[in-house]
Design a binder for this molecule. Structure first.
Ligand code: ZN
Ligand code: ZN
Ligand code: FE
Length: 335
């Protein structure tokens, strides 16, 4: 067998770890039998939601490094876990197509996987995410999410932690709870709310159809959700994806990221939220993170967020009709 290396290399300019793994080239690419369908070698039968090890993990518990550190060039073992959560036995579709009880099990599974991976003494952060669509580079169409368990807190979350910690220290309250209040006051970018969660296109969106979903209650991670909140999260996921898929006449590609508090730190100021980043800026145009976005980390937004929110509100109405026609009655209401 070919040698596998999984290591972290430190970028001293950006002060960020790069995950380097040498055997990722062999990934399956839209060919052959679906490895996630019931009856495949790794799946078997009799499940609604199934967590598997990624067969080509970027991080692994028995990681080996290809070299030693030298001066600024720090190398650490790429220790961690890469899991795949197969969301449904159905081979096609989005979260909006998954039967509701199945979707509730999916949310519970993400919570359970978070708890398990966080209990590893070396793991600092667990991030569930979902990539959908060929333009995002998804190699397998069977509905699935991924969970990365990292031995460090990733930079974007560190930045959020810093902002939330400062706000908490200075104002004795939560930054995200305040953003939620402001969105409710202004109203124009709100999309949908149920008992547990609120969806809106944020004032500070970076992607044209970016949507954030905040827990209504000040809660830090999936593992702290009540049973009602688990059901509410499944509902808002179903509705938000139905909204996206009603926006144009095709199923909208997106990235979905779960931002929860780190595993080991006592971060009472952190507030659980989800972020959707679709790649489209119009029906037939993609928004690329290109020169200014990558080279400067400065995003340009080529319309008003309020206009895009208005489009999403229309799509949301259609999405709710679509869900109702398939027998699903949303638990919350459009805003
Ligand atoms: Zn399949
Ligand atoms: Zn809060
Ligand atoms: Fe976030």
């Amino acid at each position: 067998m070919e040698e596998a290396y999984n290591e972290l290399r430190w970028n001293p300019l950006l002060e960020a770890w790069i995950i380097v793994s040498s055997r990722r080239r062999g990934r399956p690419w839209r060919s052959g039998q679906c490895p996630f369908c019931p009856g495949a070698p790794e799946t078997g039968y009799g499940w609604d939601v199934l967590t598997l090890d990624n067969r080509f993990p970027a991080l692994r518990a028995d990681a080996r490094t290809s070299r030693e550190s030298k001066d600024l060039y720090e190398v650490r073992a790429g220790y961690g876990y890469c899991k795949v959560v197969v969301e449904t036995p159905q081979h096609e579709g989005d979260l909006s197509d998954i039967p509701f009880e199945n979707l509730v099990k999916y949310v519970r599974e993400l919570s359970q996987v978070t708890r398990e991976l966080c209990s590893d003494p070396e793991i600092q952060y667990v991030m569930p995410f979902r990539n959908k669509g060929e333009v995002i580079g998804v190699s397998l169409t069977h509905p699935h999410s991924q969970v990365y368990a990292l031995p460090f807190i990733p930079p974007r979350v560190q930045r959020e932690l810093k902002s939330m910690e400062r706000y908490w220290r200075e104002r004795k309250s939560c930054l995200l709870c305040r953003i939620l209040e402001l969105e409710e006051e202004e109203g124009v970018r709100l999309l949908y709310a149920n008992d547990g969660f609120t969806a809106f296109l944020p004032f500070f969106a970076m992607w044209p159809y970016e949507v954030h979903i905040y827990a209504n209650r000040h809660v830090g991670s999936l593992t702290e959700l009540s049973e009602l909140e688990v059901v509410s999260l499944a509902d808002v996921l179903k509705v938000a994806t139905a909204m996206y898929n009603s926006l144009f006449d095709f199923s909208l590609p997106y990235m979905l990221i779960f931002h929860q508090k780190p595993c080991k730190l006592n971060t009472e100021y952190y507030h659980l939220h989800l972020e959707f980043y679709p790649l489209h800026r119009e029906r037939d145009k993609l928004k690329y993170a290109a020169g200014i976005e990558w080279g400067a980390w400065t995003f340009t937004y080529d319309s008003l967020p309020e206009e895009k929110a208005a489009e999403l509100r229309e799509a949301l109405k259609k999405g709710l009709v679509e869900l109702r026609s398939k027998g699903y009655e949303a638990r919350g209401k459009p805003l």
